[in-house]
Design a protein around this ligand. Sequence first.
Ligand code: C5P
Ligand code: C5P
Ligand code: ZN
Length: 496
Amino acid sequence: MTMTVKEFSGRMPSGLWASAEEAARALSRSKKVIIATHIDADGISAGAIASKALDRKGVEAEVRFLKKLDEDAISVLAKARRDIVWYTDLGSGSVSKLGETRTVISDHHVPDVSTGSGEKTGQARLFDFSPVLHVNPQLHGISGATDLSGAGATLLVALALDARNADLSHLGVLGGVGDLQDHRTRRLEGLNREIAALAVSAGVLEVVQDIRLFGRETRPVHKMLEYSSDPFLPGITSDEQAAISFLLGHGIELKDGDTWRTWAMLTQEEKDTVIDALREHLTRKSRRPDTILRLTGEVYVLKGEATGSPLRDAKEFATLLNACGRHGRGEVGLEICKGDREGMLQEGLALLRDHRSALSQAISLAKDLGVTRMRNIQYFDAGADIEETIVGTVAGMLLGEAGSDRSAPMVAFADSLECGDEPKAKASARGTQDLVSKGMDLSAAMRRAAETVGGVGGGHNIAAGATIPMSRKDDFLGELDRIVEEQLTSRARREG
Ligand code: C5P
Ligand code: C5P
Ligand code: ZN
């Protein structure tokens, strides 16, 4: 079944599409645009969509990468004197601070103010007199945590600019996968699903039911099993020999000549054999049915990429983009998204190797430090030993490990490199779906706790961040603990 952009636009609230059209009109009338985007996989994909769409329109555009948007960054961008500042995958959390600069925002973060007329009329404008055009699913009753990413919101604007930009839809999928929006149900949901369908129609994506372990294209199969954490494979995860014996025991050849075989190189019959055997193994180890279900689900294959390339599997591609952006090289990821398969890809691959080792070192370090449990949150403080840009990823990985305490969100501190009057600390928080369904909202909690100590914060209900004065960590933790308790108990009280 094919889907046209017109059909696609009919599958969302008319106000959301109208806001994308209004933003597109403003952008197509401008000559010089500055695109400011976030440094993670979603932000890089969003920046690539925006910059490619403007290139095609003949509008001059420059991309800048930001770890976060604060007043200093806003004023630097305003002074750049372009016709429009286009914020992608950020901006919504600072709408009230944007001032008089002509601005387009395509983002999915929780807005820091509710909009005026926009909600009802579908106008992108914050207020009739505001120069800010705001494209955000949350203003139209759609979740920005699960149903649309920053790249997805940016794709709406690109499609409104020109329907032929449907060939960029796979980048919208990358954003959703990069932000783990497919994590809960093991597939993309909501508008993300429609974007995947559009990408399939455009011939750039294939949606496949398959094993969901990381590394389908690039890891030797036994390594893929050895590193499995979601689900954890008892007796196999973290044990290379056991992974090898398991595969050999089911008749799977590990090598083809001199090359290690990857999952993508197995025949369908071999894949089915391994999946059945893993299910049986998990059942024998008394894993719960919903854990066993997590083995398989939808995976997203970028059809134009070579077999065995880390760009072919959306999850692996997103990790490569994180490796670029989170280590200060967002432009490398951007050029890869825009099509560079030569020098930039080589650099990206090198960054990926460094990123992997940085993450594994960071995880062991965090484990050595130990996690402190408060009443409603748990935390560790990595100081200068983990980069502020990956401390959130580390917090999420610790929370996801077998045997971890998942009854409280994980908060992680790292020293911030931000210059200013006083030293700052970066805080990242990661929660679980279960806590969110009990009323926890990390976006609101991190924002409020940061504001009480003179910092800034925001994000999503399940994952959020903040930057605060270094000297106020304890006050911040106390406040955060209190707010999370309030969130969890007020929901319980309302429902009880
Ligand atoms: O800035 P942005 O919205 O792109 O980032 C979202 C963050 O939320 C990502 O770091 C992603 O890994 C995290 N996340 C998470 N668990 C989820 C959903 C998102 O840790 N279930
Ligand atoms: O930095 P970290 O990966 O922990 O960010 C988690 C989420 O919180 C991301 O979506 C990020 O964009 C958001 N965030 C924010 N404001 C901040 C810090 C992070 O909206 N000051
Ligand atoms: Zn995002």
